[in-house]
Each structure stands twice: as C-alpha cells, then as structure tokens.
Write a protein that binds this ligand. Structure first.
Ligand code: 4NP
Length: 140
C-alpha cells in the first residue's frame, strides 16, 4: 500500500487489510516521499482506524525501496501521482504489471490538510476497496 508520506492513507490501507486477512498474506505500506520516515501514523489516521476497531498506532513510516517491486506481488497506489512515481521506479514489465490504483480510475483523496471527517471518508473508501481487492485476487 503506497501513498506519499506513509502517515495517512497507506497505513490505514495496511491496517484495514491486515484486520481482514491477519497474517495469511504479507502486507506492508510505504511512502514515495521520505519526509516522515520513522514516524507513527498521523494522529487523525490512528483515531479514524481506532473508531473502527483497527489499531495502526504502532506502524512506522518508511520510503518505498526498489526491492519492494520484487518482494511484493501486488502494489497499490493511493493516487495517480503515487502510481506514476512507482511506475518510474520499475525496471521490468513484470514490476510494472504489479502496480495498481487501489480505487481503479479514482484517487484516494489526500486527507493531510483536512479534518477528522476526511480521515473517516478515506477509511470508508479503503475499507470497501480492500473488500473488492480481496475478492478480485482471491486473497482469503
Ligand atoms: P499521505 O498524506 O500521503 O496519505 O501519508 C500526506 C502526508 C504528508 C504530506 C502529504 C500527504 N506532507 O506533505 O508532508
């Protein structure tokens, strides 16, 4: 699960997916940027997740690295900017084909400059999108 800072959208996506799949599947998240590396998720993301029974408080942000493109079978970008940055890191058609947009043609809106309701909206969008991903790729 990849966004820009790895403190708002992608940690929510990681936590939601883990809450649905447990340890059956290796799940991780990262940011295309490195400004927040080492930080816990944004407090508003932690609260939105907690309100739905999902604990993301212990996650730590990290930047995407080239080896992620080999290690993971599926890589979900939260928006088109993240998608294009990931595509630019690829060195093979196999790597390219792993990268998807989590909402298909739509972007997950960046809630960083918003308020609690924006984080709640992102949670709901991701919760529904991840149900679809689990079904589409038969992950459970
Ligand atoms: P995220 O949100 O990509 O969903 O983690 C953001 C976090 C930080 C910044 C932008 C978006 N920032 O500009 O620092």
């Amino acid at each position: 699960m990849v966004c820009l800072g790895n403190i708002c959208r992608s940690p929510l996506a990681e936590g939601i997916m883990r809450s649905k799949l447990g340890d059956q599947v290796l799940i991780d998240s990262a940011g295309t940027g490195d400004w927040h590396a080492g930080e816990h998720p944004d407090k508003r993301a932690i609260t939105a997740a907690k309100n739905h029974g999902v604990d993301i408080s212990k996650l730590r942000a990290r930047q995407v690295k080239a080896s992620d493109l080999d290690e993971f079978d599926l890589i979900f970008a939260m928006d088109e900017s993240n998608f294009l940055n990931l595509q630019a890191m690829t060195s093979s058609s196999n790597q390219k084909s792993k990268i998807k947009m989590i909402l298909g043609d739509l972007n997950v809106p960046d809630p960083y400059w918003g308020d609690a309701s924006d984080f709640e909206n992102v949670f709901r969008l991701l919760d529904a999108a991840i149900d679809e991903v689990i079904e589409q790729y038969q992950l459970s």
